[in-house]
Design a protein around this ligand. Sequence first.
Ligand SMILES: Nc1ncnc2c1ncn2[C@@H]1O[C@H](COP(=O)(O)OP(=O)(O)OP(=O)(O)O)[C@@H](O)[C@H]1O
Length: 302
Amino acid sequence: MNNYAIETVGLNFNFDNQPIIKDLSLQVPTGSIYGFLGPNGAGKTTTIKILLNLLKSPSDQVFIFGKEINHNRIAILKRVGALVEQPAIYGHLSGKENLNNRCLLLGIKKTKTDEMLALVGLTEAANKKASKYSLGMKQRLGIALALVSDPELLLLDEPTNGLDPNGIIEIRNLMLDLATNHGKTILVSSHLLAEIERTATHVGIINRGKLLFQGTIDELHQLSKPMLEIEVDRIENASEFLKNAGYSITAQTEKRITIPFTNAKDSGILNSLLIQNGFTVSSLYQQRKDLENLFLDITKNN
Ligand SMILES: Nc1ncnc2c1ncn2[C@@H]1O[C@H](COP(=O)(O)OP(=O)(O)OP(=O)(O)O)[C@@H](O)[C@H]1O
């Protein structure tokens, strides 16, 4: 018996005879924050809708908590919370009233409302009309609504889309709290590699309906091979010095030397070494790849 909250086995899905999801085998470990990464139109929302049985999958291709979705729909969906596209919020009601309504609908005690408001950091704004909430607050209310039934699994479709940097940080911290302190498994989709790298423990990368990569965040880093850019004076001398010290130089411009990034500690050692030998280091920068460059790497490696 595996320990996947979500498993799809060679999932295929068509819209009007057009293949949209192609032979997709996702494995989302229980307790993970699984970053589901792909450019616009890759098939993320379609996959999430299939996982929620909003779109019907062929039988024996989608398993949630080890159970086939089409045959166990109600039992599975009771244990799943989701935020897909716009959260279903009544703007003329306060955050508290929105949550009270959801409790009523699900036959859950209203005391849950205050617990949820606190969890997503909306206690102070509890009595404010939801239409007056910022986009980030609306997203957090949407997540609170999804959490009312205390689901084990949370599916979040691009929850940081359109948010300002503060809103993005709030959602990121909320996801970390939910996974770390409340034992939730979270699948979160995004088209931004940097966004996923900051929270996810596991990553699946999809393009045109096909899974290009799946693994832990460390496995992704091994593949994406981040670089370290060093801005230093007397560039020719510095370059010569680094080569003699055993570093391999990937690129060099008038101002910068680029070497493969290993880890933060090694970067610190390199910095000290240059300074001790009379060089002035004005910046050390870990260059992260964007999704397009990562795609190129993955395709090269396959
Ligand atoms: N109801 C539909 N009928 C026909 N085609 C659809 C439908 N919904 C989505 N598609 C197509 O399926 C493909 C995948 O769309 P999907 O929304 O799943 O992508 P996505 O990765 O979530 O991207 P985005 O972030 O832009 O929503 C796209 O080519 C889209 O045009």
